[in-house]
Write a protein that binds this ligand. Structure first.
Ligand SMILES: *[C@@H]1O[C@H](CO)[C@@H](O)[C@H](O)[C@H]1NC(C)=O
Ligand SMILES: *[C@@H]1O[C@H](CO)[C@@H](O)[C@H](O)[C@H]1NC(C)=O
Ligand SMILES: *[C@@H]1O[C@H](CO)[C@@H](O)[C@H](O)[C@H]1NC(C)=O
Ligand SMILES: *[C@@H]1O[C@H](CO)[C@@H](O)[C@H](O)[C@H]1NC(C)=O
Ligand SMILES: *[C@@H]1O[C@H](CO)[C@@H](O)[C@H](O)[C@H]1NC(C)=O
Ligand SMILES: *[C@@H]1O[C@H](CO)[C@@H](O)[C@H](O)[C@H]1NC(C)=O
Length: 554
């Protein structure tokens, strides 16, 4: 090799390695979304499968990986997936809610491209269109720490994903038509665990997972139901909580854990009991009729069936609520565990930041012309054909929605407005959101684009004096919070992720009938540092259909 050639070669090599080092790895997926018959409770119905599977494929990735998923919609109706809890920094374009994106039309495909930037933990994806979540289309997305970052527990022998929750035997189209006609979809029919349901003593039940005696396993458990909180527990075993929606927690040991709709937890379980089968039990909470299901966990050297005696559920009614609130208070963030954090500056001393805005949210149920609706502070959200984000990007917001119909303080009258609901937020404001539940049923709330510090849950009504009871030191940073009947919950976050972000009841009936809004967080500088431009591949629909994708940010 001549010296010139060598220089070119070395320069080329340096170029290449610079590119490789600057770019985080890419993971590519191709997903076919189809109908298929499934029968989680033994009753067949039309399910939504991804590559033939329910639950859908698990995405296994590492912090900062770039995820590229080409989704082909083979259904006869529009489809859209969201990645709940994945923060999509600067990128609400890929968030997959009807206010941010056009749905993928039947026969079409769309490629999601996003980065799991500075995140670790257990998350779910699911369809946001119609009531499709009642038919499946959901799965787990788990984000590992990068190799050099220590994880605050020994490597488990294996990891098991459990998607659990209530299930309706009616099809998603029937359920949607019930809601469209103004009625409630009523109570679910049972509980499913990874697409199955077994009763204690079913001899035909196959083991869901196996464990080698003496080893420790990580169970990632998410509640993907439509409305019911659940409690999960394992016969004869305790569970060590290690992670919750992206935060490493203080590692307390529990006999059973409450898990509300949309929430995820990781627990470590050690196979330290006699070698036989054990039941993993999931039962409903705060619901008139207790629904439950079990799955078998088998020791590899198992020499016997599971005992028919299952561990009892925690108490119900007011005693059960107090029990559950106490359990919530025991969840603490492990401040010394190293892990990727989306906003390290804002997170370590969140208790010392001055609150710039307090938004109090009260959930209500209404009847409008005899039809059931749900709302927030007197506004019941309706989706429009033009996604709100696109209308705003093209300067056509006023043709689609009015900002700030939802006020920071609810009014006391029982009036309700049906309209697209967008709250104008100031970039980087530190906000306190109070969820106050005056109803007799438990609620659960989720915020896209952010995690928040879940600083307090208490019975009764909130007032500013309650702030002295907040956990301002080690509250868990998460994305979904429950609010017990006649109680309130407080969360805090810095609105530093520019975009259009959905805040919703995670109960699908309520979200579908209007209990949600969007935070519009705009970068005042219109800077690419704060928000990406519209992706060249973004679908346009409604009044922006056919417009050029001119960059707004520079
Ligand atoms: C998706 O379906 C197409 C045919 O429609 C097939 O060629 C392709 O292999 C499928 N992809 C996966 C990942 O199943
Ligand atoms: C999941 O990802 C982690 C980290 O990248 C890796 O160690 C593990 O082997 C992967 N598991 C599977 C089942 O692919
Ligand atoms: C649809 O899939 C094709 C084939 O894989 C791909 O080239 C195209 O970019 C995809 N379209 C979108 C909008 O993602
Ligand atoms: C928190 O994380 C640290 C660092 O990994 C670990 O040593 C410690 O045991 C954890 N603390 C608790 C209480 O879980
Ligand atoms: C927070 O507010 C207090 C009282 O209004 C003020 O003294 C303090 O300087 C503020 N802190 C910051 C960091 O702005
Ligand atoms: C939204 O709030 C910002 C201040 O953060 C303000 O400059 C802007 O005018 C508001 N926009 C609307 C439409 O109210």
């Amino acid at each position: 090799m001549g010296s010139n050639t060598r220089i070119i070669f070395v320069a080329l090599f340096m170029c290449l390695s610079a590119v490789v080092m600057a770019e985080d790895p890419y993971l590519f997926f191709e997903w076919n979304v189809t109908y298929g018959t499934i029968a989680p409770l033994g009753v067949p119905k039309q399910g939504i499968l991804i590559n033939g599977q329910f639950p859908g494929p698990k995405i296994n990735c590492t912090s900062n990986n770039n995820i590229v998923i080409n989704v082909f919609n083979h259904l006869d109706e529009p489809f859209l997936l969201t990645w709940a809890g994945i923060q999509q920094r600067k990128n609400s374009w890929q968030d997959g809610t009807p206010g941010t994106m056009c749905p993928i039309l039947p026969g079409k495909n769309y490629t999601y491209r996003f980065q799991v930037k500075d995140q670790i933990g257990s998350y779910i994806y699911f369809p946001t269109t119609g009531l499709q979540r009642a038919a499946g289309g959901m799965g787990m997305l788990q984000v590992h720490s990068r190799d050099l970052i220590p994880v605050p527990f020994d490597n488990p022998a294996d990891e098991y994903a459990l998607l659990v929750g209530d299930w309706y035997n009616k099809g998603h189209k029937t359920l949607k038509s019930i809601l469209d006609s103004g009625r409630s979809i009523g109570r679910p029919d049972g509980i499913q665990i990874n697409g199955h349901s077994n009763k204690v003593g079913d001899i035909a039940a196959k083991p869901l997972f196996t464990m080698d005696a003496g080893k420790t396993y990580r169970y990632r458990v998410c509640n993907v139901g439509m409305r019911l909180s659940v409690n999960f527990r394992i016969q004869g075993h305790t569970m060590k909580l290690v992670e919750m929606e992206g935060s490493h927690t203080v590692q307390n040991v529990y006999d059973s854990l409450d898990l509300h709709v949309g929430q995820c937890m990781s627990v470590l379980v050690t196979a330290d009991q006699a070698p036989k089968d054990y039941y993993f039990v999931v039962s409903s909470r705060f619901h008139k009729k207790v629904l439950s299901s079990v799955a078998i966990i088998r020791y590899t050297n198992s020499n016997g069936p599971a005992s028919l005696e299952i561990p009892p559920p925690p108490p119900e009614n007011s005693v059960g609520i107090a029990w559950s609130i106490n359990q919530f208070r025991s969840f603490r963030w492990n401040l010394t565990a190293s892990a990727a954090r989306p906003n390290p500056q804002g997170s370590y001393h969140y208790g010392k930041i001055n609150i710039t805005r307090t938004i109090k949210i009260v959930n209500s149920r209404y009847f409008v012309d005899g039809k059931l609706r749900f709302g927030i502070n007197g506004v019941s959200h309706v989706d429009k054909e033009t996604p709100l984000k696109l209308a705003e990007y093209y300067g056509m917001a006023d043709k689609v929605f009015t900002y700030d119909l939802v006020k920071d303080e609810p009014t006391n009258d029982n009036k309700v407005v049906l309209a697209p609901s967008v709250v104008n937020a100031t970039f980087r404001n530190y906000v306190e959101i109070i969820f106050e539940n005056h109803e007799k049923t438990i609620q659960t709330w989720h915020l896209d684009g952010y995690s928040f510090f879940a600083v307090a849950i208490e019975p009764g009504r909130w007032s500013p004096e309650k702030r002295k009871n907040y956990n301002l030191l080690d509250a868990v940073s998460r994305h979904t919070i429950q609010v017990y009947p006649n109680s309130w919950a407080a969360v805090m976050t810095t609105l530093d992720n520019a975009g259009m972000w959905n805040l919703r009841s995670d109960m699908r009936e309520r979200a579908y009938l209007g209990q949600q809004f969007y935070f519009s967080v705009l970068s005042p500088a219109l800077s690419l540092r704060d928000e990406y431009n519209i992706p060249p591949t973004q679908e346009l629909c409604g009044i922006v259909n056919g417009l050029p994708k001119a960059p707004l940010y520079s």
